[in-house]
Design a protein. Structure first.
Length: 159
């Protein structure tokens, strides 16, 4: 059976989100698609944002990919120190191979991944199965690409 895309209104109440929802406080932005957030019990969770992949920040002697720091800054601007709604997606696993929670992130301004894609901070990313909002995320990337926003205007597409 094919996964179903569900349109989500950013202002919709939590009861209308695709999966289970918790509100957590962002304690750190690791890179453009990964955060650390603390839940009500005080547990710090590493969270991978569903639907977006951003350029990699270099580690050790590996240099940053083009737009990596800008993507991280864009996520900081949206989330740092704020409460964020983490929503699971029934079409995706609970955690990725690195043990990070896989979640959609919502603030009062809407879906975080979609906003980052609109800014040109990353690429729409589907791991193995379509996820809730995939069509809208692809549209957001296409519009950013056409406008030369973010990495689409700054980075050599061959890299």
């Amino acid at each position: 059976m094919a996964a179903q895309n569900i349109d989500i209104d950013p202002a919709a109440p939590s009861s209308e989100r695709p999966g289970d929802s918790t509100t957590q406080q962002v304690t750190a932005v690791v890179d453009g698609d990964t955060i650390k957030a603390v839940d009500a019990a005080g547990t710090v969770n590493r969270v991978r944002v569903i639907g977006i992949d951003t350029p990699e920040i270099g580690r050790g002697k590996t240099p940053d990919e083009c737009w990596a720091q800008e993507a991280r800054t864009a996520l900081v601007d949206l989330l740092d120190g704020k409460d964020v709604e983490l929503v699971s997606d029934p079409s995706q696993g609970d955690v990725d191979r690195y043990g990070r929670l896989l979640r959609h992130l919502y603030t009062d301004t809407g879906n975080v991944a979609e906003q980052l894609l609109q800014q040109g901070a990353g690429y729409e990313y589907t791991y193995s199965k379509p996820y809730t909002g995939q069509a809208e995320f692809r549209d957001a990337e296409s519009a950013a690409r056409a406008a030369g926003a973010g990495l689409w205007g700054a980075c050599d597409p061959a890299n």
